[in-house]
Ligand binder design. Structure first.
Ligand SMILES: [Zn+2]
Length: 215
């Protein structure tokens, strides 16, 4: 079956492709092909804020090749500036059906503010966003002062200086976050104001309009 018949063009919406077919798509690249990168997809086990495996049966260890190239550059940046340190991927490609399930799961809670409305779509579903932590030379996660998917103000990069001034974050937390941010931003990613772990690649409007969304 031809990919073209499955990646249907829909007016006003990005083209889409089922997650099960990503392996046959030249625009996507396996995370395992990035040397030195470590991967622990938190939604592929029960070790996440929802408490269950959201990816059961789905292979989500992929990114769009452009974001994958950026991530490869970030790993190289760390190798050069902080030898022994590397990135740990916590989430990468998140199929749209999982985004919808998460949205339903969080109905009626104020956690929805941390999730992209499926009606608009998440950049993760295009393989153009990644959630990452920093590993030290022993392979331990560096302390960022709040954990992955800790949906509190403590995770907001824009409030870091305020948290530091009021003793909620230490200098070491700020320093660790800066290293992560510098590695990612120097490699072409942009961050967001509310999550220290989330980075996206490219122009968001272009991605939403022209890139293949994974369902
Ligand atoms: Zn994210």
């Amino acid at each position: 079956m031809l990919i073209e018949t499955l990646a249907q063009a829909q007016p006003g919406r990005a083209r889409s492709l089922r997650c099960e077919l990503v392996a046959g798509q030249a625009d996507f690249r396996r995370l395992g092909s990035i040397e030195g990168l470590r991967v622990d997809l938190r939604y592929a086990a029960a070790n996440n804020f929802v408490g269950r495996n959201l990816y059961s049966g789905l292979d989500c260890a992929w990114l769009h090749r452009e974001a994958a190239q950026g991530l490869e550059a970030a790993v190289a940046w760390l190798r050069q500036h902080h030898p022994g340190h590397t990135l740990l991927v916590l989430d990468a490609l998140r199929p749209h059906r999982v985004q919808e399930a998460l949205w339903q799961e969080l109905a009626g809670t104020d956690l929805r503010q941390y999730l992209a409305d499926p009606a608009r779509g998440s950049i993760h579903s295009f393989g153009m966003a990644v959630d990452v932590a920093l590993l030290d030379p022993q392979g331990a996660e560096l302390d960022m002062g709040s954990g992955f998917d800790d949906f509190t103000l403590l995770s907001h990069p824009r409030l870091e200086q305020e948290h530091l001034a009021q003793g909620r974050l230490d200098q070491i937390h700020i320093a660790n976050r800066l290293v992560l941010r510098q590695a990612m931003l120097d490699s072409g990613f942009t961050g967001i104001m509310s999550e220290w772990w989330h980075f996206q690649f490219g122009d968001m409007a272009t991605v939403r309009e022209h890139y293949l969304r994974i369902e």
